[in-house]
Structure formats: structure tokens, C-alpha cells
Ligand binder design. Sequence first.
Ligand SMILES: NC(=O)c1ccc[n+]([C@@H]2O[C@H](COP(=O)([O-])OP(=O)(O)OC[C@H]3O[C@@H](n4cnc5c(N)ncnc54)[C@H](O)[C@@H]3O)[C@@H](O)[C@H]2O)c1
Length: 255
Amino acid sequence: METEHITAMVTGGSSGLGEATVRKIVRNGGRALIVDQDVEKGKALADELGVNALFMKTDVTAVQEVESALDEGVKTFGSINVVVNCAGIVTGEKVLGRDGPHDLSSFSKIIEVNLIGTFNVIRLAAERMQSNEPNDEGERGVMINTASIAAFDGQIGQAAYSASKSGVAGMTLPISRELARYGIRVMTIAPGLFETPMFQKLPPEARSALGNMTPFPQRLGRPYEFAQLVLSVIENAMLNGEVIRLDGAIRMQPK
Ligand SMILES: NC(=O)c1ccc[n+]([C@@H]2O[C@H](COP(=O)([O-])OP(=O)(O)OC[C@H]3O[C@@H](n4cnc5c(N)ncnc54)[C@H](O)[C@@H]3O)[C@@H](O)[C@H]2O)c1
């Protein structure tokens, strides 16, 4: 799909990897529907980018809110042919902590937002994408999800986060197989350590120590590098049903 034809719904688009993706798509001549719970940052970004960006306050786990965002996006831009799922949360908690076993509600919450929220957006967007006009390749849409390297080398304390992200990685192939008949591709990116607001909450020493663990380049990833890969995936029609690590060759240790 060519960049100027992109009309993308970007969840988690107010911040970090999602924000960088929104900026890249609009800068390359596409349009972006920013879907996020953070109203202040989302509105400011849409205002800054002008007519090719629209913000909708949306919780990705809420069926009605995702429906409304998609409807508004289709009304404003004519269709949605790309979905980039970046909305996500992270916590750390041990199975056997100092105060007792892992809280079950915090485990469920991570699964609900990261895995069920991603699936909710995929299923509702697919329903609309199936009636898009196909391009010359027969392509009606592209969906790109965000997992994490924690899906494969999760550390101690990441049981919930890793479970949610390996769920995202695991559903990539079956969904891409199913949606192939509609000309919709499904891909997942598994980022390593990226310098985003999620990460900036850590003290500077911890951030640079984590950056140094990455073989090359020996630093944290920059959000625009994630956005670059998103654009490559959108443009390259042969990429389908796969999870791509974007991590400078880091393999995380147990802790
Ligand atoms: N930063 C990293 O190093 C890193 C590494 C691997 C994976 N990831 C994943 O990348 C994605 C983006 O992370 P980021 O680093 O840009 O974080 P971020 O905190 O900067 O952005 C996440 C955005 O998601 C939004 N969000 C959270 N819950 C939501 C919900 N229920 N509905 C709608 N929006 C919601 C937040 O408001 C926020 O704007 C996440 O899925 C994260 O797990 C990040």
C-alpha cells in the first residue's frame, strides 16, 4: 500500500510509539485517526497536525467506544485501511511477592488491555475493512500489532505482561490466515527497549543501563525507528502473518 493512500487508526496514538507512528504517517501524506484515553495529548497532537489527523477519546477495551471511533474515522476520511495497535500498559509483579501471591485482578487488567483490547480493535476494524475498495494488489487493509520482546524472553515479574504480549504474537498467524481472503494483512512488531514516556518513568541510570544491554546499537530504540518499520510493513505486501523483533539483538536475562 502506498503511503499517500494510508488512512490509519492508531491506538495509543497520543504517546510514545503510537505518537511517532501518527506523525510519520501524516508527514508522508496519509491520514491518522488517533485513538487513546489521554485526551490532552491526543487533542494537542491532532491540532498540531491539522486536517489529516483526528482524535477520538477511546478505551480499546470498550466495544461501543471503538465502534464510534471507527465510524467517525470512516465519516471523516472515507475509509480506514490501516490499523496500528499500540495502546498498552505495563506493570511488574512477582508470582510470589513479599505481600503474598500475584494479585489476580492486576493480571486480568494487563490481559484485558494489551490482549483483549488489541483483539477488540482488530475484529471491529476488520468488519469495516472487508468492504474497502481493493487496490491493484487486491489489498483492502493492513493491521499491525505491538507485542514486545517480553513475549519471548520475559523477565521475573513479567508474567502478566509477557502472557499478554505472547497472546498478541500468537494470534497474528491465525488472524492473518483468516483475513487473507479479504485482502487484509496482519503483522506484529515486537519492540525491544524504546525511549518513550513508559520508559522515561525509570531513573536515568536505569535507562542507560538498559540501553547498554543492547548489543548494537548500544542504546534505547527511538520511537521514529518503530514508526519507520510500521511504514515498511504497510508498503511491503509480502509481509504477512509474522512477528518482527525490533531490538538491536538484545535477549533479556531473567532479571
Ligand atoms: N517502550 C518500550 O520499550 C516498549 C517495548 C516493548 C513493547 N512496548 C509496547 O508498545 C506499546 C506502546 O508503548 P509506549 O512505550 O509508546 O507507551 P506509552 O505509555 O508512551 O503509550 C501508550 C499509550 O496507550 C494508551 N492507552 C493505555 N491504555 C489504553 C486503553 N485501554 N485504551 C486506549 N489507549 C490506552 C496510553 O494512554 C498511552 O497514550 C505498548 O503496547 C507497549 O507495551 C513498548
